[in-house]
Ligand binder design. Structure first.
Ligand code: APR
Ligand code: ZN
Ligand code: ZN
Length: 361
């Protein structure tokens, strides 16, 4: 039977979110209904509310979540009621060109739930990133659920569903940071700090945190930064070179999404070094790079999408490392809040006051 629960809805462009009663249908073929336990507040939720992603209002926000499978559709065998899961943006299809090339993290021909959740009057909701988890219950494709060790608290586990995975994966998957490497991370919000934690995990020797906010640099040290650079007061490229014996970093991770910081990343890498763009740029942004500098210096310019993660491979592994005390995922949780506090959390995020506010149901 369809259930009615409370959910956080963005009804129209720019308007504050509202708590609404939503209708979550019984799971159909390939679907799972999940009792959400916790869901982090991400910039992307705010972008939906602002109409910056698309115009398919009303949105059911929230997409960084952990919960327990409540029921599954008739043919679903991979997950079962009672399973403790982290939700991911999309199920991997296994059949598209990306999947067949062995890069399932770039699968785009895939499914979210086919049925729609609705408002009480029948208006269909668009779930943020195909999830919609600022709600007591949500409907997703069964393949969007990845089982992890239930010993990890939901407010911590859920973070792997988006921002923290994006940063960790930028370092360990896309940047392929290795033992002894020098790494610079430009932009130390939640994503950049996760890139720092990932670099530490991968065995980096030197980790240089770059930001314009001293508070952020202090926090970056907790995640493993060995050097900090306030690029408002000193030249970031020179400071990174200085901290790496004059060479530049083996891997430079840009976690903001701005042309000037991507340019810094380009010039701050060592010969044959890698630049990883993980911050989301505005579509209008351009940079000008001298080809000869790229040609003569080798290496790679890469972008990281969702941390190039494979949820089935990465989520359980990272949760295990957390439980063993080797990955401080709990330090990303600045505060836990109620489902009615999302708008206030957007405000704190906007002012750079939090790494992550997490709604706990
Ligand atoms: N130079 C250095 N640091 C900067 C600059 C700059 N010019 N501009 C902003 N910053 C710092 C901010 O001080 C902040 O610490 O970048 C950090 C950005 O962090 P958040 O706003 O918390 O964003 P976060 O959640 O970490 O996401 C970063 O990654 O996935 C994407 O969409 C996400 O584009 C966003 C980026
Ligand atoms: Zn696919
Ligand atoms: Zn997100």
């Amino acid at each position: 039977m369809a259930v009615q629960v409370q959910g956080v809805v963005a009804r129209s462009k720019g308007a504050p979110v509202t708590l609404e009663t939503i209708v979550v249908p019984d799971p159909g073929p390939g679907e799972a209904r999940v009792k959400v336990l916790a869901c982090g507040v991400c910039h992307t939720d705010l972008h939906y509310r602002e109409g910056a992603i698309n115009d398919e209002f009303p949105f059911l926000l929230g997409h960084e979540a952990a919960g327990v499978v409540e029921s599954v559709g008739p043919d679903v065998t991979d997950v079962a009621p009672g399973d403790y899961v982290i939700l991911n943006w999309r199920a991997v299809c296994g059949n598209c060109r990306a999947c067949l090339r062995g890069r399932p993290q770039y699968c785009f021909s895939t499914f979210n739930a086919t049925q729609k959740m609705t408002l009480l009057d029948g208006t269909e909701l668009s779930p943020a990133l195909g999830i919609g988890a600022f709600a007591e219950m949500t409907l997703v494709a069964a393949g969007q659920c990845t089982k992890v060790d239930p010993a990890a608290p939901p407010e911590v586990a859920g973070l792997l569903g988006c921002g923290v995975m994006a940063g960790l994966g930028a370092a360990i998957n896309t940047g392929n940071v290795g033992r002894g490497d020098t790494v610079a991370v430009i932009g130390c919000g939640g994503v950049g700090d996760a890139a720092i934690a990932g670099s530490l995990l991968a065995g980096a020797r030197t980790i240089i945190a770059v930001d314009i906010d001293d508070r952020k640099l202090e926090t970056a040290k907790k995640f493993g930064a060995t050097h900090t650079v306030n690029s408002r007061t000193v030249d970031a490229v020179e400071a990174i070179r200085e901290a790496t014996g004059g060479f530049g970093a083996d891997v430079v991770i840009e976690a903001i999404g701005r042309p000037e910081t991507y340019e810094q990343a380009f010039y701050a890498r060592d010969l044959a070094g890698t630049v990883v763009l993980v911050g989301v740029p505005d579509p209008s942004m351009r940079i000008e790079l001298p080809l000869i500098e790229f040609f003569g210096r080798g290496g790679a310019l890469k972008s990281s999408w969702y941390g190039d993660c494979l949820p089935s491979r990465d989520f359980p592994m990272l949760i295990d490392l957390y439980l063993q005390g080797r990955l401080p995922l709990g330090d990303f949780v600045s505060e836990t809040i109620g489902i009615g506090d999302v708008e206030a959390a957007f405000e704190k995020m906007h002012h750079g006051d939090v790494l992550r506010s997490v709604v706990v149901m």
